[in-house]
Design a protein around this ligand. Structure first.
Ligand code: 3PY
Length: 253
């Protein structure tokens, strides 16, 4: 299948998405029908495993929304499994050095460019069959996004951006703020200045940029600064807020 997220990213179209931490196909199916451009299945901070991720990929595939998966780390074997179960767009957390970025590019590509193992008879990505142009399709549709979310990552950004095979950079304001000594203060002027500067560097390298922001005013500012894909919330917090607000309203009566 085509990777609509990657196609829209190439055209610089604004895409809005949601983090999924509930780790279940029923809530994911409800959210898949809401009109988001992408849904990020998170395994860094949420209890998603390979089976829950695969079930959600199957669910999302029935709707006009793109799936993205964030593994908990850079483990090559895990990345191989995520690709095998049909992940087309990967968001890799905490990339800090050019070597890490090069290793990630190698992990998502088949030889000779990379080290991804070949086992298509067992893989959902190949639909368990021998599609004639499978390898060309995979090369075209796979989208590798790295997260820059630490001071070291920011310091190495230009060198990282020069590495071939990275499709986009996603900034993580919360972790970046923490690494700059401003835990839980992603609105701090120094953090905002670092984000603005990073966006300029990403733009100059002709790469797409994404970011997380649930604050509408900040999200607008990031868009003006060159962000084309935005995660604007998480299923967990939306569910909680909706319930808290419902109870607040009813206590009026
Ligand atoms: C961060 O802000 O650090 C993220 O990883 C996005 O949620």
């Amino acid at each position: 299948p085509k990777n609509r997220f990657k196609q829209r990213m190439a055209k610089n179209q604004l895409q809005l998405g949601l983090f999924l931490g509930l780790a279940n196909s029923i809530s994911t199916e409800i959210l898949a029908g809401c009109g988001f451009d992408f849904l990020l299945i998170d395994a860094e901070h949420s209890p998603n495993d390979l089976r829950s991720i695969q079930a959600q990929l199957q669910t999302i595939a029935a709707y006009p929304v793109s799936a993205m998966v964030r593994p908990p780390n850079h483990d090559t074997s895990l990345i191989k499994q995520l690709l095998a179960i049909g992940t087309q767009t990967l968001l890799i957390p905490m990339v800090e050095t050019p070597q890490q970025a090069r290793d990630l590019v190698a992990a998502v590509r088949y030889p000779p460019l990379g080290v991804r193992g070949v086992g298509i008879a067992l893989e959902r990505s190949a639909r368990w069959t021998n599609i004639p142009d499978y390898f060309a399709q995979v090369a075209e549709q796979t989208c590798l996004i790295i997260q820059i979310e630490s001071l070291l990552g920011i310091q190495n950004l230009d060198e990282i951006l020069a590495i071939e095979g990275l499709d986009a950079v996603f900034l993580g304001p919360t972790d970046l703020a923490a690494s700059m000594g401003y835990l839980n203060q992603s609105n701090h002027p120094e953090v905002q200045a670092a984000i603005k500067q990073a966006l300029q560097q990403i733009h100059a390298a002709k790469k797409a940029a994404g970011i997380f922001s649930s604050d509408p005013a900040l999200a607008k500012q990031y868009q003006a600064e060159g962000v084309s894909f935005l995660a604007i919330g998480a299923d967990t917090i939306i569910l909680r807020n909706a319930c808290v607000n419902l109870l607040k309203e009813r206590q009026k009566y």
